[in-house]
Design a binder for this molecule. Sequence first.
Ligand SMILES: *Cc1c(COP(=O)(O)O)cnc(C)c1O
Length: 424
Amino acid sequence: MDTEKNATEAYIGKEARYGARNYAPVHVVVDHARDCLVWDVEGREYIDMMSAYSAVSHGHLHPRIVAAAHRQLEKVAVTSRAYFGTTLGPFLEKLAQVTGFERALPMNTGAEAVETAIKCARRWGNRVKGIPDGMQQILVARGNFHGRTTTIVGFSSEAGYRDGFGPFCGGFQHFDFGDMESLKAAATEHTCAVLVEPIQGEAGVLLPPPGFFQELRAWCTDRQVLWIDDEVQSGLGRTGKWFAFEHEGVRPDALVLGKALGGGLLPVSAFCADEGVIGVFSPNSHGSTFGGNALAAAVALEGLKVLEEEQLVERSAERGAYLLGRLREVQDEVRPLIREVRGRGLWIGMDIEPACATARDLVERLAARGVLSKETHETVIRFAPPLTISYALVDRAVEIVREVMQEKHRESGLQGKPAAVVDA
Ligand SMILES: *Cc1c(COP(=O)(O)O)cnc(C)c1O
């Protein structure tokens, strides 16, 4: 026990000693994981209610995806795009089938796929819409999260993501998420695209008002502006549909995918669009050494098949509705500690009353009792388990959430006080 305890300290110590300090991880040292469960170096078991921000939507080490990786590792892993291969074509074909878009450009990380979207939108704005090159404008939402490159953080509205990293790239205008009037006010004749998440994840799992994307679709069509839908986190079943845009019965002009696209094993991302948009790319205009490599394509293809054949999208809708309902029961029991429980599918944000607790404190208490979650900002806890989660495991996780919330509720001494007292 003592040596294991020392192991925890030693691993944390080494990361802290030799790593750049750009993260503040929860103090759990993961040793191994399978499906929805994770074990630390001391042998403690955790329910993964985080799944690496949706990168592990299939569950950890899904046997079919691991087998596909092993098969490909007996053949070839990386050749660069200098040559054709046997796995990229089938992967792109499957991606076209599930997204409904004619073509895709494979990259590795989400940020790279977003960069690809930005380049495509600008070139399309110039070549197709006739905006003078260098004048193209892209509208982005306040509170956005699209990755960490200098271009992308340059249009973040989060001070911590930008501070000290200038000068930034021009050509981006902000609007208020979910507000068409503010979007219209920000647009100019040089606007070539609107880049937006369907649900703002990093901002706290924020849903736009119903009808926003229908209005956006109509406005974009009318003004000859591309709607680029960043579904790096929301896509591939997370919200209970294959893609979150389907909830509003409308279709964007282009789709950005990442995270779960890698089947929980590898970084795989893609920019997807129809010929009239993605056709602006010509040889030498864009690329990536590792993008679409043979191993990544084999893994991603199997990941898409697993989502489909194991009906993980339907599971996300059913279990997500159940989890949301159960967490709202907890909310009722500990008023006013939890301000709101919101989400779609297996993607839920729990908004904590700041007068009672910080989200981080609760995330640490949950981890100590065996539930892995993650805070965003000071007040929101995110729950996003693998889409494979069983009802029994959802129940186990909810019981632990209940215990932790009731404990905090008793400590904070605000039980039964009206909300006005808390606000004061
Ligand atoms: C995570 C995320 C990204 C960036 O993906 P990385 O793989 O971390 O570069 C982009 N957009 C959204 C919506 C994301 O959630």
